[in-house]
Design a protein around this ligand. Structure first.
Ligand SMILES: *Cc1c(COP(=O)(O)O)cnc(C)c1O
Length: 399
């Protein structure tokens, strides 16, 4: 039996983020230990046999069980309000293990057309194994309903999405999924459980790129899938055991410690993002601002209801002057990092049309609203006045 941390049953999110995991080892360490070991030793042959046959719970082999990884899984499950979690080597492999564990040839998936680009690519790749995906509107639940088929097994949503921060109605999609006997999975990367817990609105599964806000300092690639423990034990753990999209103990430890500051980081970064969004709305060089915390956002009310009244830390905006204008703003920065990663304490700026969304055709980009003038700012923890000055340099050239 793998023991539990003794916490009050009503311990709240910020307490769980610091305390949930495993009890300390016999040495009583206060900071969680990093167990860099590929395998675990058994006292005798009969015990080893019971553990390999899953008759006795114990750590066996780090492809599918390791104490540091278990601590990260328990902590994230506690934050998401799910009974189970399985850590994966990246956000993308959290989707891969979901497809491999839950779907088979002949099954159908409904997915927003506005999700992360590699997510769309991965679902498209599974067409060759007989799993078909319909891509539908990010914001119109009616399209999801129409796309349902008798063989639909999974609905996949990401909210808010990248880069225009469009919001899905999680409760409406959960109803559609459950009426059709399917599960709803939400990619909760942009909000993290500090702002949004999709299971509260009826989602069955929640995935993370731990690379983003969970680590929070841009250090590791990591992922996780949260959901009911029985489903994870029955379907996902066997896939992990045979396919091995394992999170390394070191990366799990970095994410585990990152989660301790998740809520305060995300709230502080979101406050800065809201201030930047208001400031951007007042800039003559800016044509439009996309931020769920602004009343001008088309799904502002829904976003506030789902995201604890907070808009998140990602702000996008369109500048005058198309690509040349956008590039001038990027090139005028001296503080922002020019990189497509997000969720870092360092503010990052990116031009989606020529980076993250560069592989789409111009027509696809126009349909998605990602024009050449759009820039995405993932706001970090710098002083907000320095960030304004950093963008103002480029704006001054666009008058
Ligand atoms: C980054 C990202 C992913 C993929 O995660 P990796 O850790 O890079 O594999 C999935 N979804 C969203 C929304 C992301 O931002």
């Amino acid at each position: 039996m793998i023991s539990k941390v003794d916490l009050p049953a009503d311990a709240r999110l910020e307490t769980l983020a610091v305390r949930e995991g495993l009890p300390p080892s016999q040495w009583g360490e206060n900071s969680e230990a990093l167990y860099l070991t590929s395998s675990f030793v058994h006292p005798d042959a009969a015990t080893a046999a019971r553990r390999f046959a899953n008759e006795e719970e114990a750590f066996v082999y780090s492809r599918f069980s390791n104490p540091t990884v278990t601590m990260m899984e328990r902590r994230l499950a506690a934050l998401e309000g799910t009974s189970g979690c399985i850590a994966t080597s990246s956000g993308m492999s959290a989707i891969l293990i979901t497809i491999m564990s839950l779907l088979k040839a002949g099954d159908h998936v409904v997915c927003s057309q506005g999700v992360f680009g590699s997510t769309i690519k991965l679902f498209q790749d599974f067409a060759k194994f007989g799993i078909e995906t319909s891509f539908v509107s990010q914001t119109d639940p009616g399209e999801w309903h129409t796309a349902m088929r008798p063989n639909t097994r999974l609905l996949f949503a990401e909210t808010p999405n990248n880069p225009l921060t469009e919001v899905c109605d999680i409760a409406a999609l959960a109803d559609i999924a459950h009426a059709g006997g399917a599960l709803l999975l939400v990619d909760n990367c942009f909000c993290s459980p500090a702002l949004q817990q999709p299971v509260k609105f009826g989602a069955d599964l929640v995935m993370h790129s731990g690379t983003k806000y969970l680590d929070g300092q841009g250090r590791v690639i990591a992922g996780a899938l949260c959901g009911p423990a029985e489903l994870i034990d029955a379907k996902f753990v066997p896939t992990m055991r045979s396919a091995g999209m394992t999170l390394s103990p070191f990366n799990a430890w970095v994410v585990l410690k990152g989660m301790e500051t998740l809520a305060i980081r995300l709230k502080a970064q979101s406050e800065r993002a809201l201030e930047m969004a208001h400031w951007l709305e007042a800039q003559p060089a800016v044509e439009r601002v996309y931020y769920p915390g602004l009343e001008s956002h088309p799904q502002h009310k829904l976003a506030m209801a789902q995201q604890s009244g907070i808009g998140g830390a990602v702000v996008s905006f369109t500048v005058r002057g198309e690509r040349a204008g956008a590039w001038a703003v990027v090139d005028g920065t001296r503080i922002c990092s020019i990189t497509a990663n997000l969720g870092d304490t360092k503010t990052t700026i990116t031009h989606p049309a020529t980076t993250s969304h560069g592989r789409l055709s111009e027509a696809q980009r126009q349909a998605a609203g990602i024009t050449q003038g759009v820039l995405r700012l993932a706001v970090g923890l710098e002083d907000v006045e320095d960030l304004k000055a950093d963008l103002a340099r480029g704006f001054a050239t666009l008058s």
